[in-house]
Design a protein around this ligand. Structure first.
Ligand code: HEC
Ligand code: HEC
Length: 372
């Protein structure tokens, strides 16, 4: 670790270590993150000059106040730095994403697990963070050199070279990967993965659930009721507090979202127009047996992140639970992707209206920042 060159920088580092806490004890990667690296990552994550036109940062679509997901609850998907550009998917949380294992096929379970994005197309956070800057529908920068030039002229350019070595910003290709590593380090920090929900305090014996939340938890876990924990585990996994996802892939038969503005993009950006179908994992692997499957999202901070599902089709948590409960017996539009729909674990749960409310109440205990 090079020595800090100026007292002001040193002060920044001290402040950073207080802010970010220690990096999580169990980083997904072998390489432990340093606090300095995470600070570079934090500053880049919030830097609105890394987009073209300037004005959009990672945090614009992954805001800490919205559980590191999209703050605009009226939009089913995210607008790019250029406001006529829209992506085709709802932004998931960048918090707790660090715990997703590197994308792989689990031979024992016969299932794909882990990775980043709804369709798992990035193996890990370092690969993921290299995407948005250059994506036309997101931050729209011309090339890696333009991103690194913006880092150089930022107020953390000096810190970047302190962390990665003098002259690091001269090597565009490696610097671009280092920038992604720094962002991944920030995403692995305690500041992002807070584990401070009411449910965390409940598990630690420091809070009690209301009778309704208690009933909701029971319904969430019981196999012949909600069965939610089958894919959104609510129990700690070894030393790690529950993440409410097993990072596997499934097609729930979620209907297409007619209000997705992606359908209206010009043919150069969306050649299929209104016929566009999100094939999820199947599209990435080009394997029809995986069509329609998307990664199980974490439910941490879920109360802060409407709308819901990969295409933002449901406006409220109640609508989500209603869908699980009555997909096969109610009046729902057909699935967006009709192959491989999971008919076994959801669709006709037989929950009463009051039980649906109980499950929603329980999910509201998963928001970070709970105060007595
Ligand atoms: C214009 C809005 C937008 C911007 C800007 C943006 N993201 Fe995202 N982010 C999304 C959307 C939408 C997805 C889901 C895309 C998909 O699955 O294809 C996503 C997915 C992710 C994921 C995957 C989470 C998971 O559980 O799979 C992470 C992590 C993430 N973004 C971090 C970042 C970082 C870091 C930046 C800045 C370099 C960034 N995002 C910039 C909208 C955005
Ligand atoms: C078979 C696995 C499975 C089961 C069982 C399951 N889920 Fe999900 N859950 C998923 C998947 C996969 C998605 C994403 C689906 C999509 O976007 O198309 C999801 C999405 C969600 C979302 C929206 C998350 C977001 O960020 O938009 C909520 C809320 C949710 N589930 C709650 C529940 C509840 C409550 C139950 C029990 C009643 C439950 N889930 C049962 C797999 C499952």
């Amino acid at each position: 670790m090079p020595q800090p060159t100026s007292r002001s920088l040193y002060a920044v580092l001290i402040a950073a270590s207080m802010l970010l806490g220690c990096p999580t004890e169990e980083p997904v990667d072998e390489a432990p993150w340093t606090v300095e690296e995470a600070l570079v990552g934090k500053m880049a994550f919030f830097d609105t000059n890394l987009s073209s036109p300037p004005g959009q940062s990672c945090a614009s679509c992954h805001s800490p106040d919205s559980g590191y997901s999209e703050p605009h609850s009226q939009l089913p998907v995210s607008q790019g730095a250029n406001p006529t550009m829209v992506g085709n998917r709802n932004s998931p949380s960048a918090a707790y994403a660090t715990f997703s294992p590197t994308f792989h096929f689990d031979e024992a379970e016969g299932l794909y697990v882990g990775g980043q994005f709804w369709d798992g197309r990035a193996d890990d956070l370092v690969a993921q963070a290299q995407g948005p800057f250059l994506a036309a529908l997101e931050m729209g920068m011309a090339d890696e050199a333009a991103v690194i030039a913006a880092v150089r002229s930022s107020d953390y350019g000096e810190l970047f070279e302190l962390v990665y070595g003098e002259g690091a910003l001269d090597e565009v290709e490696t610097a671009y990967v280092q920038l992604a590593e720094a962002i991944a380090a920030y995403e692995a920090s305690d500041e992002v993965n807070r584990f401070t929900s009411k449910y965390d305090h409940y598990l630690a014996g420091e809070a009690s659930l209301t009778p309704q939340e208690e009933r909701g938890l029971e319904l969430f876990e019981s196999e012949d009721k909600g069965n939610c924990a089958a894919c959104h585990p609510s129990e700690p996994d070894g030393a790690t507090a529950p993440l409410f996802t097993d990072f596997t892939y499934d097609n729930l038969g979620v209907p297409k979202n007619p209000d997705n503005p992606f359908y209206d993009l010009p043919a150069s950006l969306n050649p299929e127009g209104e016929d566009f179908v999100d094939l999820g994992l199947g599209g990435v692997l080009e394997d029809p047996a995986e069509d329609g499957k998307v990664k199980v999202p974490t439910l941490r901070n879920i109360g802060l992140t409407p709308p819901y599902m990969h295409n933002g089709v449901f406006a409220s948590l109640r609508e989500v639970v209603d869908f699980y409960n009555t997909r096969d017996v109610g009046t729902w539009d057909p699935p967006e992707a009709d192959a491989n729909v999971n008919d076994e674990e959801l669709g006709d749960l037989g929950l009463t209206e009051a039980e649906v409310d109980d499950i929603v109440a329980f999910m509201m205990t998963l928001n970070d920042g709970w105060a007595r």
